[in-house]
Structures are given as structure tokens and as C-alpha cells.
Design a protein around this ligand. Structure first.
Ligand SMILES: [Fe+2]
Ligand SMILES: [Fe+2]
Length: 485
């Protein structure tokens, strides 16, 4: 076994000072920076797992000293790597002063190659997936208390970096825990699956509530968020983390915007001057004079109440959870398969709806986040059911473009579900500005906004023009505030 895994050095031997009490912080930092993995051996069944050191360390920063069920090792390769960086623990005879001045230089050397980005969920996912359900729930509880502490500190301090860092890290882990929890219940019956996921549902919702509170306090730093998200090595997890944080940030911006009467007056002007024709095409049976803001938004552009805000935020967090069901494809190197990609919305909807007690709102967001107002390029989960409805109800018409409420979308009175339409925008923007999509170059924010306007509004109407105008304001405001920093 040891030959196969090529491990040989207990972590405690590397990471403790000769006194056996103090942790060698320098080595820990290098291991964290390099995102080095550690071999874990389960004492009971002798099963080995390769896990990210960082993920276990974040749960317990001296985990290797509490080897109750596990033993931890570094491989020979890891030790070689550390040696190369001149950071292998000196033997007792080695004079300490020779090493110290060199260390920071080595650690900061530009020659150190960047950690390659991993497709799919990434290696960090393995360590989360390896946890038992009880451990996962406990971990979620820790995340929640971290958020609570942050909320109380953030009221007194204006330090955005620590709150952004905490939000990014916790979101990333919550995304992975939810994926893994759902992945484990796909084969269970619905009732059993709901029972098995119930504690995740409750704790995740509490975490989301805390996050939305922090974002509403506007202490979220977008530039820092992007930098931190890129440290995670799984593309899907990076994407979901960014989309969730940007999504709720945009909802907060929307709420702010619509609470100002002047903004609404300006939006009415925009509709009249620039967008009327688009909406007329969407609602051909409505007379031109009646194409007003209240037709675009059922009940008008109103602020989102806090309880709905949290339900939608949960939907943003788990929106691509359907990818967990086809994990081999999304994690693998296979070429693009539209059917599998399209299927993630259906799978996501069905698993959230039937296998968990997440709110219906979150299930709809998961199912309807690639609809593009019925354009054939959308994935069409809603479009197909609308078609079926129209066959049996040929007289029924959709009188609104978007609705905030469940009923009008479930009864086909509207063409789209507002939060899914918001997510569509954020999702498209994220995918074309994502630096890690191998098949195309990442666009700058200006290029991305220009492309969205051209391809997703002017040429074919896919995203909502008024929401897009708002989104442009949001991105520009974020840019301006980061330039000030
Ligand atoms: Fe998606
Ligand atoms: Fe997505």
C-alpha cells in the first residue's frame, strides 16, 4: 500500500517545531499557498483519500494532532517539492539563521508556476465529498457562526476585505456541500431524500440569510471577490460562487434603484424611447399604448421583500446543482454535448423540487435560468411546458413579461420568472468574462456588456432590455467603486 501511494512522512513530523508543541507557521503558509494535498488514511477501514490540506485545515488548524480516526501523510513528491523551495524543515543540526532570510524571497518568486485550473468541481470537492453527513452539517454550522461574527464586526468596522474573503470562502464550501449532499440522494426515494437533505437545507438557508444581510450593508468588494474566487480550482464551483455573490449583490442594487421614484420615471422614459418594440413583440396581443412598465413587470418595478430575497438567493446559490447529476460529463474532458448541458436545468429543477425542501422559488430558478424569452437557443424547460399548456388552452394569453410571484408563472400568465431572468443576465456575463474557459478568451467588462447588448438584445431578444440597463449601471458602479479603492 505504501509503495502504491508513495507516502512516507507523517504530517506532524513536517509541521511541528522541534519542541513538538509549536506549529511551524512558515511551512503551513507554503502548503496553503501551493494548495498541496495530503494523504489521509482511515484507521478503521485503511481506505486512503487524497484531500486538499487547506480544506481540512480551515476546519481545524491543527488537525494532524488529533488523529482520532485518520492518519495524515505527505508523499515523497510533496517533500521533493518542498525541498525545491528550500522549505523542508531543517534537521536539529541545521542552523536556523541560514534559512530565514531566504524564505520570503523563495515563496514570492515569480518563477513559481500558478496552480492549473481544474475542470468541474475541482480537487477541493473531494475532501468535502469525503465528509460524513454529520460532519458536513457541522461544517455548515461553523460557517454560519463565522458569518454571524462577521455581521457583528462589520457594523463597527469598514474593513471590506475580511468580510469579502469570508463570504467567498464560505459560499464556495456551501456550494460544494450542497452538490455533494444532492449527489448522494439521487438514488433515494423522494421522501427519504428530503429527510436526508433537510439539515443542509435549514443550515444553508441560514447562511444565505446572513450573507444577504452583509451584502445589503454594501461591504462586498467585487475586485477582491474575483481574485479570491480564482484561488479555488474547480471551474463550476468558481462560477457558482461568483454568480451567487454577484446575483445577490445585483438584487440589492435593484432594490436600491427601485426605491427611488425618479429612477422609475427614468425607466419609463427608457421604455418609451428605446425598448417599446421589443416588448410589443413579446406581447403582440397587447395594444401599443398599454405597453408600460407594469406589463414588463407584473405589479410594476417594486422592491423585493426580505423573505423573497433570501429564497431567490438560495436559488442563485444552487442554480447549477443539476450538474451534480451528470458529474462525469461536467468534470471530464468530453467535447460539448448540448443535450447534457441542456439537461442540467431539468435535473436541477427535479432534484431541488423532489429531493429537498428548498423553497419552490429556488427550484424554479434552477429550472428556468436559461430560457431567453422563448428563443430556440434557450434550454427551453419552461418553453416546452408553455407549449404544452397552449395546446390545451389555445385562448389563454400571457399578459406580462416577468413576474415576481410563483402563481402567475405556474399558471402561465407571464413569459418569465423575474429572478430567473436576473440570473440569466448574471450567468451570461460571468461565462463571457470567466478567465478559465479554455475555449474562448475572457472579455473585459466593457466588451462583455457591448456583446450582450448586440447579441442578446439587438440581434435576438434573449435577455431583458430593462434589466440589462440596470445591470449595466450595476457593473459600472462596481467598477467606479473599485477604482476609488
Ligand atoms: Fe446553468
Ligand atoms: Fe450557471
Amino acid at each position: 500500500m505504501s509503495e502504491k501511494y508513495n507516502y512516507n512522512t507523517p504530517v506532524s513530523e513536517i509541521l511541528m517545531m522541534p519542541d513538538g508543541i509549536t506549529v511551524n507557521k512558515d511551512y503551513v503558509d507554503i502548503i496553503l499557498n501551493e494548495n498541496i494535498s495530503v494523504y489521509c488514511e482511515n484507521k478503521k477501514d485503511q481506505i486512503f483519500r487524497l484531500m486538499s490540506f487547506k480544506t481540512i485545515y480551515e476546519k481545524n488548524n491543527t488537525f494532524w494532532l488529533q488523529e482520532k480516526n485518520w492518519k495524515y501523510f505527505f508523499t515523497k513528491d510533496t517533500l521533493e517539492k518542498l525541498k525545491e523551495k528550500n522549505v523542508v524543515k531543517p534537521s536539529a543540526e541545521e542552523p536556523k539563521e541560514q534559512k530565514e532570510p531566504e524564505e520570503p524571497k523563495k515563496a514570492e518568486s515569480p518563477a513559481v508556476p500558478e496552480t492549473p485550473v481544474v475542470r468541474g468541481f475541482g480537487t477541493e470537492y473531494e475532501s468535502i465529498a469525503a465528509m460524513s453527513n454529520t460532519e458536513k452539517v457541522k461544517y455548515l454550522h461553523n460557517i454560519k457562526s463565522k458569518m454571524d461574527t462577521l455581521i457583528s464586526i462589520s457594523k463597527k468596522s469598514k474593513d471590506r476585505s475580511s468580510s469579502t474573503k469570508a463570504m467567498v470562502e464560505t459560499t464556495r464550501d456551501v456550494v460544494m456541500i450542497n452538490h455533494s449532499a444532492l449527489e448522494n440522494v439521487f438514488d433515494l426515494g423522494d421522501a427519504e431524500a428530503k429527510r436526508a437533505t433537510q439539515s443542509f437545507v435549514i443550515t444553508t438557508q441560514e447562511m444565505v440569510k446572513a450573507n444577504t444581510q452583509l451584502i445589503s450593508q454594501n461591504i462586498f468588494d467585487n475586485v477582491l471577490m474575483n481574485r479570491l474566487v480564482e484561488k479555488s480550482n474547480g471551474i463550476i464551483v468558481q462560477h457558482m460562487t461568483r454568480v451567487y455573490l454577484s446575483g445577490i449583490s445585483f438584487l440589492a442594487y435593484y432594490n436600491n434603484f427601485v426605491s427611488n421614484r425618479i429612477s422609475i420615471i427614468d425607466m419609463r422614459k427608457s421604455l418609451n424611447a428605446k425598448y417599446r418594440q421589443y416588448y410589443q413583440n413579446l406581447l403582440p396581443h397587447i395594444s401599443t399604448d398599454d405597453i408600460v412598465l407594469e406589463r414588463v413587470f407584473h405589479n410594476g418595478m417594486i422592491p423585493i421583500p426580505p423573505d423573497l430575497f433570501v429564497k431567490w438567493a438560495v436559488g442563485f446559490l444552487i442554480h447549477d446543482i443539476g450538474k451534480a447529476a451528470a458529474i462525469e460529463y461536467h468534470e471530464g474532458e468530453e467535447s460539448y454535448n448540448r443535450n447534457i448541458v441542456m439537461n442540467h436545468v431539468k435535473l436541477g429543477y427535479n432534484s431541488v423540487m423532489n429531493k429537498t425542501n428548498y423553497p419552490k422559488e429556488a427550484a424554479l430558478i434552477t429550472g428556468y435560468h436559461h430560457e431567453y424569452y422563448g428563443n430556440p437557443e434557450g434550454y427551453g424547460y419552461f418553453r416546452d411546458s408553455l407549449e404544452r399548456f397552449k395546446k390545451t388552452n389555445p385562448q389563454a394569453k400571457q399578459d406580462y413579461c416577468m413576474t415576481f410571484d410563483l402563481e402567475p408563472i405556474m399558471n402561465y400568465q407571464a413569459l418569465a420568472y423575474f429572478p430567473a431572468k436576473v440570473l440569466e443576465l448574471v450567468d451570461v456575463y460571468d461565462s463571457i468574462t470567466d478567465p478559465n474557459r479554455g475555449y474562448r478568451k475572457a472579455l473585459t467588462s466593457n466588451e462583455a456588456l457591448a456583446l450582450m447588448r448586440e447579441e442578446f438584445i439587438t440581434k435576438k431578444l434573449k435577455i431583458d432590455p430593462i434589466l440589462f440597463e440596470l445591470f449595466t449601471g450595476f457593473i459600472n458602479e462596481k467598477k467606479a467603486s473599485s477604482a476609488k479603492d
